[in-house]
Design a protein around this ligand. Structure first.
Ligand code: ADP
Ligand code: MG
Length: 362
């Protein structure tokens, strides 16, 4: 396994700058997700590392070795794509063994046997070695594709949306499998996805991209709780974040947010709130940043109740006409039209400046 380094890397396709001045340093043994919407430059980043594309600017290194001029087959990486074409006329064993046999320097038969068996055991496909791809489920096929990548013991694994073709349940199960696999083999993995939950669940760190620019590179905890800017805050989390333009005031040891509609009280003042005073601020509230209070807080009337599995999302309108959303436990009895009190959880309040850059409150 190896570290991976992008230093000032730019890639253009004609007039389109697909990747702009990327600086990203992945440590040995990390599981890093490249997360972002479609067209944000994730695959471009991966393909540059794989050597399938050439950078217009900057330097790419695998470990100590600069690879800009190294051909793809000499970079010692393994790649698994969304469409993991297995060879239909080969058994699972032969599919996994393929990279060992295809190489110029042939691996001895006994060693092929040993390595394929070891990889199959890690992936739990030992019992399937004599089957053909058409006799496998989608999840099993995906495991075989991973096995084919693993059998060479590469320096870095590159995975580009490898679960997108699987159904929702299986995708969730495969997340845990991939994470367990990473724990066991300890390889460096770079994983492209547009699915924030997938990135959150598996990664040691997440690199969030938008329009070819790296927005933040941090742990899942930081990405979710301390997003660097409005884009990241909005892209992670299950739902869109509510953004409120307002002015911050500290009155009698409580933080108040004065919006065009309403003045919302945050209760306890977050430690960094002094940075807000007198400024125009955009506040960010997720549904889980609010709770229902017994009394006091923000008065509102329930406009809609949306069951969301283990939770319910309660939509409510304040007296001033501001629409808020609040995530509550599914066992909560609450009906449309009810009069409720909402409280902002101070630890979960996010704030951004005029440029959308986070102001650290915590
Ligand atoms: P992502 O993987 O995040 O969806 P990509 O890295 O594939 O995004 O693409 C980034 C941008 O570069 C997009 O605007 C895309 O249209 C453009 N692009 C990617 N590959 C090519 C190509 N081979 N030729 C022209 N434009 C491309
Ligand atoms: Mg892509």
């Amino acid at each position: 396994m190896s570290s991976v380094h992008f230093t000032g890397v730019t890639k253009r396709f004609g007039a389109v700058e697909a990747l702009s001045d990327l600086n990203l340093h992945v440590e040995e043994g990390e599981f890093v997700s490249l997360l972002g919407p479609s067209g944000s430059g994730k695959s471009t980043t991966l393909n540059l590392l794989a050597g399938l594309l050439d950078a217009d600017d900057g330097e790419i290194a695998i470990g100590e070795r600069v690879v800009n001029d190294v051909s793809p087959d000499k970079r010692d990486i393994a790649m698994v794509f969304q469409s993991y074409a297995l060879y239909p006329h080969m058994t699972v064993f032969e599919n996994i063994a393929f990279p060992l046999r295809a190489r110029r320097r042939r691996v001895p038969r006994a060693e092929v046997e040993e390595r394929v068996t070891a990889v199959a055991a890690i992936l739990g496909v030992e019992a399937l070695l004599h089957r053909y791809p058409k006799e496998l489920s989608g999840g099993q096929q995906q495991r075989v594709a991973l096995g084919r990548a693993m059998v060479r013991d590469p320096k870095v694994f590159l995975l580009d949306e490898p679960l997108s073709n699987l159904d929702a349940r299986l995708r969730i199960r495969m997340r845990r499998d991939l994470k367990a696999l990473h724990d066991r083999i300890g390889s460096t993995i770079i994983y492209v996805t547009h699915d924030q939950a997938e990135a959150m669940s598996m990664s040691t760190r997440i690199a969030v991209f938008d329009k070819g620019r790296l927005q933040q590179f941090a742990t899942p905890f930081e990405i979710y709780n301390r997003p660097a800017n409005v884009f990241v805050a909005n892209f992670v989390g299950e739902r869109e974040i509510l953004l409120l333009d307002g002015e911050a005031r500290i009155v009698d040891d409580t933080l108040q947010i004065a919006t065009a509609n309403d003045t919302l009280s945050v209760g306890r003042v977050p430690p960094g709130a002094a940075r807000l005073t007198g400024r125009r601020v955009t506040f960010g509230l997720r549904a889980e940043s609010l709770r229902i209070a017994e009394a006091g807080g923000i008065e509102a009337r329930v406009t809609e109740v949306e069951p969301a599995g283990p939770d319910i999302i309660v939509f409510a309108r304040t007296l001033g006409g501001l629409d808020l959303a609040c995530r509550v436990d599914a066992a909560t009895r609450i009906e449309r039209g009810a009069h409720i009190h909402l409280a902002i959880i101070p630890e979960r309040l996010l704030a951004f400046d005029e440029k959308g850059v986070a102001i650290d409150l915590h």
